[in-house]
Design a protein around this ligand. Sequence first.
Ligand code: S3P
Length: 174
Amino acid sequence: MPSRNNIILIGFMGVGKGSLAREVIKNSSYVAIDTDDLIESMANKKIKKIFEDEGEAHFRELEKDVAFWLEKSVENTLISTGGGFYKVKNLKKIGTVVLLDSPFDAIMKRIKEHPNAANKLKKRPLLSNLKEAKKLYNVRRTEYLELADIVIDVTDKTLEVCSKELLKKVKKYA
Ligand code: S3P
């Protein structure tokens, strides 16, 4: 494990990275931060608005800035990321990479069953076209698996079960 003792959660949009991070910190000494939250604070704008005003390429540059800052400045932290953050070149230098894995249809079902489903879809520009989103999922899943130090299949599991599995696997990996 890189010396800073960070965990980075990667995985497709809507798989539950933020929710799991909030669960894990209840039962561990990690603090949690989220790369999309950091970008929104830096830019003082919502992600959707950054995509609309400056485009996706600019958003990806902001992700790189955040990745650089995380590598230099953060320790003992559980970092949840946006679904495309894994492409930053220094990902593995930031911490142990944990992939939250689930089939595309299960992820979409999870989003649609959420009480705030409309908002979850609205704030994610890359989910506006489901056919394109599925293509993106297929490409990314291979790349996620290549980068992951640890994989957690989250399908049909409670946050509590996933959290225990994560902490156990991270401990073994260290
Ligand atoms: C993106 C995922 C989003 C957000 C942005 C781009 C992606 O985060 O970073 O809309 O490229 O997969 P979530 O994974 O939290 O939805």
